[in-house]
Design a protein around this ligand. Structure first.
Ligand SMILES: Cc1cc2nc3c(=O)[nH]c(=O)nc-3n(C[C@H](O)[C@H](O)[C@H](O)COP(=O)(O)OP(=O)(O)OC[C@H]3O[C@@H](n4cnc5c(N)ncnc54)[C@H](O)[C@@H]3O)c2cc1C
Length: 430
């Protein structure tokens, strides 16, 4: 058994003896040290050290050479607040690019002018930042480095979580190495093919898209001035996201066979196809690194919790990347789970109990399913060339463009500032 930080004798009918609460009473095992699992481990270790002791397990060793990810991740101001609360933002900020305006168009590629369907510039107020662009590799490196260095996190890697059984007092978690850990709560942050979700018998609703997301970094001659562009094309959305310097990250949704051919084929052909879509506003472009194509799917777990189990991040939900929301939704899970855990512990409840987990599920499942459905609907509405649909969406977008209050709402929604926002996302103490 791993240490004594979680002691079954402290739990009596789901309650923790008040005299023992000054010590870390519960052990939480987090399976998966990616963006979301790593952020959760840091949040628990740094913001709730008296409540729990964290063990983080990942299949990849901390100092392993990872293939370059190539993605620029658009993080909402709410996600920035979480990264700030767990102490990572000062390290990330110098290389993060503020996105201050967004243009949306669905013009044909050969149009001389690409008129805006919808534009967002000054609606958000405050510092006007709609999102921060952070390189995926830099974010993962910052999370892994912090997790590795933090004495509050027992980081076990490489190893995997394989099975678990529960009883009235906790979960016994079996690892690939043969080791067994005892925990009050097991968190599945093991990505979209989550083994733990499968072991718990939790099914998903969803489907694969006949599209892939091609990602690449592009250098250009002229400055982007913080402008992001979303160009809806019949094969899928093509996004240009501003990065630090005269650079942008692209997320190019393309039909699967074409996407595979493009990334595996000649780079000159790739660059010429990319240039047609990118346009010439920022001058000549060149590729940085090798483009990659990611399979795309929509997936929502039928339950976000099980017996002493909580699902977070892509193990709970996978959404189309057209609005760059997947990780932002995962960070919202992190903030909601940390708040549910700390509030339960303060009330003297067992943090792995059904009552405690039910709050997390109520908080996150509908919200994630709703966001996933909106992305799915937008992808269906825009990824086609049907004239009637085009007319409907152009009228709809035109109306939104003329309604400042609706635009403000959409900005707040994308920024993670609507609904029941967890405290850590609002820059508030736990
Ligand atoms: C093309 C594309 C562009 C995107 N752009 C954006 C964007 O701009 N903004 C945004 O918010 N989101 C974006 N996303 C979504 C985002 O990338 C995901 O939501 C995010 O990576 C999910 O992180 P995660 O930690 O949940 O899962 P993962 O990153 O998949 O991490 C899972 C971790 O679990 C580990 N693991 C797996 N199995 C086990 C096991 N049994 N035991 C222990 N460890 C295990 C793995 O090693 C891995 O480290 C994009 C996605 C795509 C495909």
């Amino acid at each position: 058994m791993q240490g004594v930080a979680w002691l079954p004798r402290l739990a009596y009918r789901g309650r923790v003896l008040p005299s023992e609460r000054t010590q870390s009473s519960f052990r939480i095992v987090v399976a998966g040290g990616g963006f979301v699992g790593g952020a959760l481990a840091l949040a628990l270790a740094r913001l709730a050290p008296k409540i729990c002791r964290v063990t983080l397990v990942d299949s990849v060793p901390p100092n392993a050479e990872r293939p370059p990810d190539g993605r620029g991740l658009a993080l909402s101001p709410a996600s920035r607040n979480l990264l700030n609360a767990i102490g990572l933002w000062p390290q990330l900020e110098p290389s993060a690019q503020a996105m201050s305006a967004i243009e949306i168009t669905d013009s044909p590629l050969d149009a001389t002018l690409r008129p805006n369907l919808l534009g967002f510039a000054d609606e958000s107020g405050g510092d006007g930042v709609k999102a921060w662009l952070v390189e995926a590799g830099a974010l993962l490196e910052a999370i892994a480095g912090a997790v590795h260095a933090d004495p509050g996190v027992d980081f076990i890697a490489p190893d995997t979580v394989q099975h678990f059984q529960t009883d009235a007092y906790g979960a016994s978690v079996q690892m690939g190495s043969g080791r067994t850990l005892r925990a009050a709560l097991l968190v599945a942050a093991d990505g979209k093919k989550s083994k733990l979700r499968e072991r718990a018998g939790i099914k998903c609703i969803g489907w694969s898209y006949p599209q892939m997301g091609i990602v690449a970094s592009v250098a250009h001659e002229r400055p982007h001035n913080g402008l992001a562009v979303q160009h809806f094309l019949p094969s899928g959305p093509f996004a240009i996201l501003p990065m630090k310097g005269n650079r942008s990250s692209i997320v190019w949704t393309e039909e699967t066979d074409t996407a595979k051919q493009l990334v595996a084929g000649d780079q000159e052909v790739f660059l010429s196809e990319l240039s047609r879509r990118f346009g010439y506003r920022l001058g000549a472009i060149s590729l940085e690194g090798t483009p990659r194509a990611f399979p795309l799917s929509f997936q929502i777990a039928r339950a976000f919790v099980g017996d002493r189990l909580a699902l977070i991040g892509d193990s709970a939900h996978v959404v189309h990347p057209l609005a760059g929301q997947g990780l932002n939704i995962g960070f919202r899970d992190v903030a909601a789970l940390v708040e549910s855990i700390t509030d339960s512990a303060r009330l003297g409840l067992d943090i792995g109990s059904k009552t405690s987990l039910a709050r997390y599920e109520r908080w996150r499942r509908f919200d994630s399913a709703f966001s996933g459905a909106v992305m799915d609907g937008m992808n269906r509405l825009f990824s086609n060339d049907s004239a009637p649909l085009r007319a409907i969406r152009d009228v709809g977008m035109g109306l939104v463009d003329r309604a400042p209050s609706l635009k403000r709402f959409l900005i707040r929604e994308a920024a993670g500032a609507t609904g029941d926002v967890p405290r850590l996302l609002k820059d508030e103490a736990l």
